[in-house]
Structures are given as C-alpha cells and as structure tokens.
Write a protein that binds this ligand. Sequence first.
Ligand code: ADP
Length: 398
Amino acid sequence: MKVLVINCGSSSLKYQLIDMETEKSLVSGLVERIGIDGSILTQKVEGKDKYIIKQDMKDHKEAIKLVLEALLNKEHAVIESMDEITAVGHRVVHGGEKYSDSVLIDDEVIELIKDCIPLAPLHNPPNIIGIEACKELMPNTPMAAVFDTAFHQTMPKVAYICPLPYELYEKYGIRRYGFHGTSHKYVSQKVAEVMNRDIKDLKIITCHLGNGCSLAAVKGGKSIDTSMGFTPLAGVMMGTRSGNIDPSVIAFLVEQQGYKLEEVNEMLNKKSGLLGISGVSSDFRDVQMAAEQGNERAKLALDIFNYKIRAQIASYAGIMGGVDVIVFTAGIGENSSFARKEVLKGLEFLGFNIDEEKNEVRGEVQEISTKDSKVKVYEIPTNEELVIARDTVKLLNK
Ligand code: ADP
C-alpha cells in the first residue's frame, strides 16, 4: 500500500509517497513559488538524479497536477498508475477543539477546517486548497486530515485556558492549542520504542527546534502542556518569532510610538527572534557563525534562545514531577550539538550527563546522555510525513 502525503503552504507544497509495508519514503518532492513567477518542482527518488520541472503554476491545483505527472513520469517514477496511490494524507495546521485525532475527509470535515480559518488565517486556507485540488484530481481516492493541533488536545484546562475573561474562550475559542503535534507525537513514541519502555510509564520532554520551535511535556504518552499557544507565535524564542513577551509591548508600540498594528504583528512574527536580536539572520547556523566571529548581538541571540528553552525544560520537569527523557528534534535539535549542549547547561541536576562524543552525531537516532545517566537525553530525527501516512492507513482500516 502506498500513501501520498501532502503538506500545502501558502506558496509551496511538500509531498512524499510512502510505502506502508516498509514505511520507507519512495519519493519526496517540493514545489515552490506556486502562484509566483518561476514556479519549480524538485523531486527526489533514492538512487536517481533529481527531477526538476520549471513551469509556471498559477495555483495549488496546477501544482498537484504536476506532482501527479512527476510521480508517473517514465524515467523518474516509482509507480506506473495512479491506482497505486491507495490514499492521500493531508497535513492540516488547525483542527480547533473539534479534532483530537486524525479524520477521513468528507464535506463536513472540509467545512470544519474552514471554520478554523480565523484561528490559522495563514495556514488553513492553503491546506483546504490542497485538499480540494486532490479531491478534484483523484475523486475516488480516500483522504485523511492530520492536524498539527490534535496531539495537544489532551492538555488539561489548567494548561490551555488563558488567564483572560472566560467569555473570550466561550465566544471566540481563545485558548492555548499548541502546534507541531505530529512531530511531538512521533518523537515521543519513537524514543519510548528505542528505550524499549512502555510510553505509559514515561515522562518525556520533547524539544522541536527548527525555524519554528516548541516544546511539549508528554506524560504517559499524552501531551499535558506545550509551549506554543493560541497561535504558533507563543512560547520560546524562534528564528523570526518572538515567542512569549509582555503583551503590553504591543499597546506601547501602537499607542505611544505610532506603529500600525499590522506592523507590530509582522515584527513579532517575521522580524524578531534570532533575526531580531542578532540583526544577522534567522538561520541558526548563520547566527552561530557570526557569534564565533565575535558579533556580540549574535552571541546574545544564541544565549537568549538557549536560555528560553532551558527554562521551559525546567518548567516541564516541574509540572510532571520529574522527567525520564529529554528529546531533541527538527533542524536545530537534530543537527546542532552546540545548541543541545548549551540548552542543557545547568540542567544536569535533573539527573543526566552528556556524552560529548555521542553528542557530535547529526540527524540520527542517538542517545547523547552517558550510560549511567538516570535521566536520558536523545536526538531523534522527526518524521511528520510518516505519522500522517500511518494515521491515514489506520483510518482506512477502521
Ligand atoms: P522548519 O521549521 O522550517 O521545518 P527546520 O526544521 O528545517 O525548519 O530547521 C531549520 C533550522 O535548522 C535553521 O535555523 C537551520 O539553521 C538549523 N540547522 C540546520 N542544520 C543545522 C546544523 N548543521 N547546525 C545548526 N543548525 C542547523
């Protein structure tokens, strides 16, 4: 059985075709600049040259059409007919409170994803466009929606209700939802498997550190808290996002300094974090390089980044009454031995020691704590696509 996994962004589309017998990705691809001049599709198949199509694509429907053509292309293909795609799994960012798990897509589900647009105005619309385009092009292929928010729906009220007038929650759904759920779910389950432990007995802190960063406290296999909130702007500091700040800063900038609200919003989302403090880049590697060359603001940016994550880890160990394992994943978490080491500095009292040599490994499942550590630390490459494909198959078999 083969499942096509689709992740639509505003002008991009990532896809993978996964063989569910082996759980191996057969094809992965990226379409960029959809609706912009210079659209490009890049497809990778193991052991073959990259397949690149440069052709203007005015919308996601054209992009998906091209993806299907690329999957069937004689020289590059691994499938001979569309019938080989048993199902499609779509990543959907926001499922609101309605979805605590993945669902098979029907008209009602599409309507409910549309209802969540006010909660994720940048993300849900392209997700819906992707679903509708696939529905048109492959009308008989079952599709599932896998939500970024779903894994965190197990958070208790103390974690998700904001200390605002309660009516705002009832009227507008203002609460903490959390994101990156698919990744937190995957790495927490994977680490339990690797440790050969029942996840029900574990207190896990997962650190998803990429361009967007979030942490989750996973107790007994359930997310009981996570650092992102009503939107993915909340929590720890990120590449361009501020994370938590005193909300009064917004009123101060608008009322006292004459900023427009859209400007402040743009600033918090796109011009803050590593980029804002360093003035160099939002990319962790660039900031690290600048710091190594003596750039003081770059050094400060890294120090604050690490500090916020360290504080969040300590807080989650606190609310879970301890921690058994800390997991690092995503671009920075999987690749930067420096970030892992710096984040963990001072937290050794929790009960771990880092094995410096093991910590140098990149992008592999690897224990980086020493053998005698009571608390374990792991690096686990995330695989959101596989979770989406697995959930899709699970729904089909129901
Ligand atoms: P996204 O959230 O967009 O999926 P990624 O998970 O790919 O992002 O993470 C991107 C981040 O990972 C960037 O800040 C990048 O600098 C960082 N990164 C990637 N490789 C390395 C590396 N070898 N060392 C340090 N940081 C890295």
